[in-house]
Design a protein around this ligand. Structure first.
Ligand SMILES: Cc1cc2nc3c(=O)[nH]c(=O)nc-3n(C[C@H](O)[C@H](O)[C@H](O)COP(=O)(O)OP(=O)(O)OC[C@H]3O[C@@H](n4cnc5c(N)ncnc54)[C@H](O)[C@@H]3O)c2cc1C
Length: 442
C-alpha cells in the first residue's frame, strides 16, 4: 500500500528541490461505503443517488458550498435537457432539482407544449434568457434559467434527506491504493491531513484530481477562463440588454441575458472580449493569473456598462466566486465516446444528452465511459468523463453532468449490494433502477 506521486509537477512546475515529509502516516477519521470527491452538479447527483440506494455516503468539497460551476461559477442555465426535437433527454435528479426550484418560483423555462416550436417570437423570448444557442433554424429548447441560491438550497436539502454526510472546506489530496483498489482518500483541511477509508470512490472534481493522482491515463485541454457576473438594479432589462449588445457586440447579439429576479441581468461574456489566452486549469500559477485578470476585466466591463441606458444606476449583484473552467483533464477510460458515435446506443448506456448548440444530436453515454482502465473501485462523473474533445462540448453541460453523476452513484450502490466489481455489475438492473427514478435512457 502506498501513496502515488502527485499529478501536478512535471515540466510546467519543475521542482527546485525535494524535501522529505517527516510523517507520511495520516489519521483515518471516517470509514464509509462511497466517497464522492467534489460537490458540483455531478457530485451532488452521485452522492444523493448512492445514498438513496442505501450506501453510506460522504461528499467531500473544497469550498463551503455545493453546486460547483452551477452555483459558484454563476453558470445558471441548464443546457440542455432535450434533443432539440421536443424529446426530453435528461430527467432523474436534474429534473427533480428543476421541479423543486420551480415550486419556489426561481426558474424560467418553456412549458412542454412549447418545446420544438419554431415560432420566431417564442424563440426570441427564450433567447433573451440564454435558452437558445447555436445555429438556426431555431426552435424552443427545454433549457432552464434559475437562481443559484435556490440551487444551493435544493442541493443541501437533497443531501440532508438522503442522509449523505457532507464534508465541506476539505480538499481531496490523493488516493491511497492497494494493488488496483483505492482503500482511502487522503484529504487536507484545517484539521490537517486526514484519511477516509472507503469501498468506492466517485471522482466528480471536474478536473479528475482523483484519477490523475491514481495514475490513470487522461487527455488534457487548456481553456479560456471566464468569470460570469450579474448586474442588479437594471432599469427595463430587455431594453438595457439591447442597448448594451448594440454598443459592445453590434454584429453578434445574444451576449447578455435576463435572469430570475427583478431588474437583474446575467453577464456571461464578462471579460471575454479581452481574455484570449488559454490556461491549464490544473496549474495554480495560471489559475492565479486568470482569477486576477478576469476580475480586473469584469470591473472594466462594469464601468463601460454604466454608460449604457438602463445600466446607469445598476450595481454589481455578484461576480462568480469560482473561475469559469470548462475543460482540463478528461479520463481515458474503458471506452472513449467519440463524435462518430453520435446516436449510437450502447448495451451499457446509463445516461444520455442532447447538444445545446445542435438540433437532433444525441449522445448515449456508456457506463464504460465512467470507468477507468486500471483502478477497479473508482468511477468518474461530470465534465471529466471519458469522451473526446467534440463530445465533451455536449457532455460537460450541467444536465448531462448530473445524469452521469446519478448513474455513477446508482452503479456504486448496486456494486456494493451485489458484491460485484463495478465492471461486472448487472447493467440491466442498473438501467432499470435509473429508469425507475426518472432517468431517460434509450
Ligand atoms: C464559462 C462557462 C459557461 C458554461 N455554460 C454552461 C451553460 O450555460 N449551461 C450548462 O449546462 N453548462 C455550462 N457550462 C458547463 C458546466 O457549467 C460545467 O461543465 C459543469 O457545471 C461541471 O459540473 P461538474 O460537477 O462536473 O464540475 P464542477 O461544477 O466544476 O464541480 C466540481 C466540484 O468539485 C470541487 N473540487 C474540485 N477539486 C476538488 C478537490 N481536489 N477536492 C475537493 N473538492 C474539489 C469543486 O470545488 C467543485 O465544487 C459552462 C462552463 C463554463 C466554464
Amino acid at each position: 500500500m502506498g501513496h502515488l506521486p502527485r499529478a501536478s509537477g512535471g515540466d510546467k512546475r519543475p521542482a527546485l528541490d525535494w524535501v522529505e515529509v517527516p510523517s507520511p502516516a495520516v489519521p483515518v477519521v471516517a470509514e464509509t461505503d462511497v466517497v464522492v470527491a467534489g460537490g458540483g452538479s455531478a457530485g451532488l447527483a452521485a452522492a444523493v443517488a448512492a445514498a438513496r440506494d442505501g450506501a453510506r455516503t460522504m461528499l467531500v468539497e473544497r469550498y463551503g458550498s455545493l453546486g460547483g460551476m452551477a452555483t459558484g461559477g454563476l453558470v445558471i442555465l441548464l443546457l440542455t435537457m432535450d434533443d432539440g426535437a421536443g424529446n426530453q433527454m435528461v430527467g432523474g435528479l436534474c429534473q427533480q432539482v428543476v421541479d423543486r426550484m420551480a415550486a419556489r418560483g426561481s426558474t424560467f423555462y418553456p412549458p412542454r407544449e412549447e418545446w420544438a416550436e419554431p415560432d420566431e417570437a417564442l424563440v426570441e423570448r427564450y433567447r433573451r434568457w440564454g435558452l437558445v444557442w447555436g445555429r438556426g433554424p431555431h426552435a424552443v429548447r427545454y433549457n432552464v434559467a434559475y437562481d443559484p441560491e435556490e440551487f444551493r438550497y435544493v442541493a443541501n436539502e437533497l443531501l440532508r434527506e438522503a442522509d449523505v454526510r457532507p464534508l465541506l472546506h476539505t480538499w481531496v489530496a490523493e488516493p491511497v491504493l492497494s494493488a488496483d483498489q483505492v482503500t482511502h482518500l487522503v484529504c487536507q483541511n484545517k484539521a490537517g491531513r486526514e484519511a477516509i477509508a472507503c469501498k468506492i470512490v466517485i471522482d466528480c472534481t471536474g478536473d479528475g484530481d482523483v484519477f490523475a493522482a491514481a495514475g490513470e491515463e487522461y487527455e488534457h485541454s487548456d481553456c479560456v477562463p471566464w468569470l460570469w457576473f450579474r448586474m442588479g438594479g437594471v432599469a427595463e432589462p430587455d431594453k438595457a440588454i439591447n442597448a448594451a449588445e448594440g454598443k459592445f457586440f453590434p454584429t453578434l447579439g445574444g451576449r447578455f441575458f435576463r435572469t430570475p429576479g427583478a431588474g437583474r441581468t446575467l453577464m456571461p461574456w464578462g471579460a471575454s472580449d479581452s481574455v484570449k489566452r488559454r490556461i491549464d486549469a490544473t496549474d495554480p500559477d495560471e489559475l492565479t493569473w486568470a482569477e486576477l485578470e478576469c476580475r480586473r476585466l469584469v470591473m472594466r466591463e462594469v464601468d463601460r456598462l454604466r454608460e449604457v441606458p438602463g445600466f446607469g444606476r445598476a450595481y454589481i449583484n455578484d461576480i462568480a466566486w469560482q473561475l469559469g473552467i470548462y475543460e482540463s483533464r478528461r479520463l481515458l477510460g474503458q471506452h472513449q465516446l467519440t463524435r462518430e458515435e453520435e446516436g449510437t446506443i450502447f448495451p451499457d448506456t446509463v445516461a444520455r444528452t442532447g447538444n445545446w448548440t445542435k438540433y437532433g444530436a444525441v449522445y448515449n453515454i456508456p457506463l464504460r465511459s465512467l470507468l477507468p482502465q486500471r483502478v477497479r473501485n473508482l468511477l468518474v462523473a461530470g465534465r471529466c468523463i471519458s469522451v473526446d474533445a467534440r463530445v465533451h462540448h455536449a457532455t460537460k453541460e450541467i444536465p448531462p453532468c448530473m445524469a452521469t453523476g446519478e448513474a455513477a452513484g446508482t452503479a456504486a450502490a448496486l456494486a456494493l449490494q451485489t458484491g460485484k466489481s463495478l465492471s461486472d455489475i448487472d447493467v440491466a438492473e442498473l438501467q432499470r433502477r435509473l429508469r425507475e427514478r426518472g432517468a431517460i435512457l434509450p
